[in-house]
Write a protein that binds this ligand. Structure first.
Ligand SMILES: [Zn+2]
Length: 583
């Protein structure tokens, strides 16, 4: 709690004036400027300032300085509770909405401004039953470089921001690695308030179909049984029903199994690099809205408004269940082994009703080859399979604690920024522990979001005496942080700090040998060690190695070879251990 209070010291509450006499014009820039207009960053912040000014008893606007990669502040609009230190433990449901993570997909920016105004005026009954946290525009950097055309296939607005941020990074891949100041600020905000439910508003690419808006919820397979069942069979269907009543047929976000939706669609998997996957590590139910790029902008804004309002309404209806199940999931999950690296179950699907357009092929005048198109004159409503079940491929016992050597500062910084409770070793210590060696991994060939991301990581375990130093970080697992810590620190996890290159230096060998000297040493080692000789001969028969490779084989099995090469620096302690620790 001390940390959280300290965090608020760095937040500036914007000055709030008393209610003015004259009635303000509360139309949003989108409402004022026409159907194909989306608010600029300056206009959006000015609008929320206006709301904070005229409804000071119900809302406030927080400003986080130097919080983006272009040096601009990040804002958080808070409604339903103005005393921010009370929010974390409020009995009311807390909903966080993030807009403009991709500023070229700006419906959320405009829709949520209007929604906040309506909650403060004609929908106060709903506002009184919840706490709303809105990031007006998360990718401030991208929103400030507006243009007409970066979303080549999108039907408006006329001008909008760019997808990437100031570092040319996609913020919706940055939630774990947190390369950007935006993501670091987001992590601090997220932990300060701990929202129960989370929404991230987007526009889709891909196939054409009739639905104006689609939605992805937290992947239910990853949650414990009761919580997963609640999300999939109660909460999400309640949202569908509510949207139906508002005249919108919802569908799951369309990722086609084959080339077109009638082949079936698959549940998009949310590893923690994505907003929805990240918040799920902390038992927040996450959603992503995806409106369809070919529908008119004004219609997309309306659908986004309705879906965000539906989320608030259904969260209020299920508030007690959500609070109880979040707690239960945290406790049950902590007691169970950690499941990770998930694969879709291709044998299991639900049947859903989908409103599509018939797909056909024509010969392209450009390429002379067959080109897929969707025929809007041939709409269909059809039952299609929805592959929305995932199975884990690795199950690992939760350790009692990790030791993260202070030398690996980037990892330590990541844990600190997520407010993970940690202690430090009080003196230098040598411990006999199980260490992990990176045996195998693959790496993407092109830079991906500023990294050469690793995947298909395999490790082997070995007992070793390892020196630790005064000040190294001792991280005991707690229910809130266990899942996050395992996804960050188990090297095999999809978005582990190892996968994102935080530990790449451990993969390089620092010392070696000169063959003309080591040849004699190798001869002696083989004589002294018959088991090594047998292993060596067998390996030689199978691999036909060069002379250098043969000496290297013996070197790597000799005391001369450094123990640190390929050794993963973070150590998992399976059982409680008494160590001298300080705060
Ligand atoms: Zn997007």
């Amino acid at each position: 709690m001390k940390k959280i209070l300290l965090f608020f010291l760095f937040v500036f509450l914007l000055p709030v004036a008393a209610n003015a006499q004259s009635k303000p014009d509360l139309r949003t820039p989108h409402e004022k400027n026409g159907a194909n207009y989306t608010a600029t960053h300056i206009e959006a912040i000015a609008y929320y300032e206006l709301l904070a000014k005229y409804f000071p008893e119900k809302c406030t606007l927080l400003k986080y300085e130097n919080a983006t990669d272009v040096g601009k502040p990040l804002h958080l609009f808070v409604a339903g509770e103005t005393n921010v230190v009370r929010i974390r433990d409020t009995p009311k449901p807390k909903i966080m909405i993030v807009n403009g993570i991709h500023p070229g997909e700006p419906e959320g920016i405009d829709a949520v401004m209007a929604l906040c105004r309506d909650l403060l005026t004609k929908k106060r009954e709903l506002l009184d039953r919840l706490v709303l946290l809105v990031v007006p525009i998360y990718n401030v950097d991208g929103a400030c470089v507006r243009g007409c055309c970066s979303r080549a296939n999108q039907n408006g607005p006329d001008e909008y921001g760019f997808r990437a941020n100031g570092q040319n990074l996609d913020l919706n891949r940055d939630f774990m690695k947190a390369d950007t100041r935006n993501a670091k600020t987001f992590q601090r905000i997220f932990h300060a308030f701990d929202p129960d439910v989370f929404m991230d508003n987007h526009t889709s690419n891909g196939a054409d179909y009739q639905h104006t808006v689609t939605v992805i919820g937290t992947q239910h397979s990853k949650l414990t049984e009761d919580f997963g069942r609640f999300v999939k069979t109660e909460f999400v269907p309640a949202m569908y029903k509510d949207m139906d009543a508002k005249g919108w047929r919802l569908a799951p976000y369309v990722v086609t199994k084959g080339s077109t939706p009638d082949s079936g669609i698959v549940g998009f998997f949310d590893t923690p690099r994505f907003s929805r996957g990240y918040v799920a590590l902390f038992n927040s139910i996450g959603f992503i809205t995806e409106t369809h790029m070919l529908k008119p902008f004004v219609e997309r804004v309306r659908a986004t408004y309705d879906l965000n309002e539906t989320l608030l309404q259904q969260t209020v209806v299920y508030a007690e269940r959500i609070k109880t199940l979040r707690k239960k999931n945290e406790v049950e999950d902590f007691a169970a082994p950690h499941r990770m690296v998930w694969k879709r179950d291709e044998t299991r699907a639900d049947t859903i009703v989908f409103d599509g357009y018939e797909a056909a092929y024509r010969t392209s005048a450009v390429t002379g080859q067959l080109q897929l198109y969707y025929d809007q004159t041939k709409p269909y409503t059809r039952k299609i399979p929805f592959y929305d079940y995932y199975n884990f491929t690795i199950e690992r016992s939760k350790p009692y604690a990790y030791i993260v050597p202070q030398a690996w500062e980037r990892a330590v910084e990541g844990l600190k920024n997520n407010a993970v409770p940690m202690k430090r070793l009080a003196r230098d210590t040598i411990l006999e522990v199980e260490v992990r060696y990176i045996e195998n991994f693959k790496t993407v060939l092109e830079p991906y979001e500023g990294h050469y991301l690793h995947y298909d990581v395999q490790t082997r375990t070995q007992t070793a005496r390892v020196p630790f130093f005064k000040g190294d970080w001792f991280v005991e697992l707690t229910p809130r942080y266990a899942t996050f810590l395992m996804e960050a620190l188990e090297p095999e996890a999809d978005d582990s700090y190892f996968a994102w290159n935080f530990f790449d230096a451990c993969l390089m060998q620092k010392e070696g040998f000169s063959p003309y000297v080591f040849d004699t040493v190798a001869e002696r080692l083989l004589k002294q060690n018959p088991n090594l000789k047998t292993e060596f001969e067998l390996w030689k028969q199978i691999n036909s190695p060069s002379a250098r490779e043969q000496l290297d084989f013996i070197y790597k099995r000799s005391p001369y070879y450094e123990p640190f090469h390929n050794r993963y620096p973070v150590v998992a302690l399976p059982k409680p251990i008494v160590l001298p620790l300080t705060d």
